[in-house]
Design a protein around this ligand. Structure first.
Ligand code: DC
Length: 319
């Protein structure tokens, strides 16, 4: 038995949205298709190919998809994205999440800002999953510029090289594994002070935010500069000591070693640079909800953020 999660984008001119269908194939153990006002849709089925193998092609020419006209029809001019999931995943998340998901009639933008190590990345990922939105860690875009300069040995204050690198940043190709190195983060904070580099990256980030069904973006200036009209703005913070402790635990959990005092000094220095720069300094937007995670586990932060967002959505839907 194979469990497959299939989705495809379906642009409909009359709706500013993509339709996201989810299909997993069994001999069409179909479940009700749920269609939401934001254009997302979901249904799930599971199955195996006719020949009993797990070699299942959804929407292809195999027998296993015969009798599934919706898929064939819609697939005529579309590309599927199919990914295998576990039985437990199949049983649990999507339908429940979709069922719980509020109705959305237009783009939704959630802006998350905060200093390094406050937990905004994890929170952003959880929220994007839950609300089924696109996700962009904007820090990666600054990291990509810094990485490009470091790779060819150019100084980080070479503004024209940084601009060229910024133009070449492809949001679909940001490689977290390469870019997450500590030194790249430090360097990113340095190239991020240049206004022209910021303008180029901000334009790309705005384009991303405008892509249906909307996005969660995290960074330093999302609520203030990139998406000042975001539906929900969160400012996630934690004391420098707590952030340094978390960072140390992270390093140790993958077998590394580091000195607490050095990590703390790095964090304080990075805060000063990110908060003190002239262009787009890190600060909470006037209408941001503050979330201090110093004494909070990620799950609690997620629940608190969800309560804020659900409340804002309920008000938006009433308006
Ligand atoms: O979130 P991060 O550690 O990946 O970010 C790396 C650096 O990039 C950060 O120190 C400052 C800069 N940055 C920025 O200036 N604006 C953003 N929206 C995101 C990151």
């Amino acid at each position: 038995m194979k469990y497959v999660h299939v989705r495809w984008k379906h642009d409909r001119a009359e709706e500013p949205s993509h339709l996201w269908y989810e299909v997993a194939v069994d001999k069409f153990q179909n479940r009700t298709l749920e269609l939401y006002a934001d254009g997302s849709a979901g249904f799930a089925i599971r199955g195996s190919a006719e020949d009993g193998s797990d070699d299942l092609e959804v929407g292809g020419t195999r027998n296993s998809t015969e009798g599934f006209p919706d898929v064939e029809e819609i697939n005529a001019d579309r590309q599927f994205e199919a990914s295998e999931v576990t039985a437990a995943e199949f049983e649990h998340p999507w339908r429940k999440v979709l069922a719980a998901r509020p109705r959305m009639t237009s783009l939704l933008t959630i802006a998350i800002d905060g200093p390094a190590g406050a937990g905004k990345g994890t929170l952003a990922r959880r929220l994007a999953d839950h609300y089924r939105l696109n996700l962009l860690d904007t820090g990666l875009t600054y990291r990509a510029v810094a990485h490009a300069l470091l790779q060819v040995g150019l100084p980080l204050d070479n503004v024209s090289a940084a601009e060229t690198a910024a133009r070449q940043v492809d949001l679909a190709k940001l490689d977290r594994a390469v870019l997450s190195a500590h030194a790249v983060g430090e360097a990113a904070s340095k190239v991020a002070v240049f206004p022209t580099v910021r303008r180029i990256l901000v334009e790309k980030q705005r384009d991303f935010a405008r892509t249906p069904p909307g996005a969660v973006l995290d960074g330093r200036d999302i609520g203030t500069v990139v998406c000042p009209d975001a539906d929900i703005k969160l400012y996630v913070t934690a004391s420098a000591e707590v952030r340094a402790k978390r960072r140390l635990a992270e390093i140790e959990s993958i077998g590394g070693t580091a000195k607490f005092t050095e990590i703390l000094a790095d964090i304080v220095r990075r805060d000063e640079r990110d908060m003190g720069r002239a262009d787009s300094p890190l600060k909470p937007a006037a209408d941001a909800h503050l979330l201090d995670t110093s004494e909070m586990a990620i799950e609690a932060a997620f629940l608190a953020a969800m309560a804020i967002i659900d409340d804002a959505l309920a008000r938006r839907n009433k308006a």
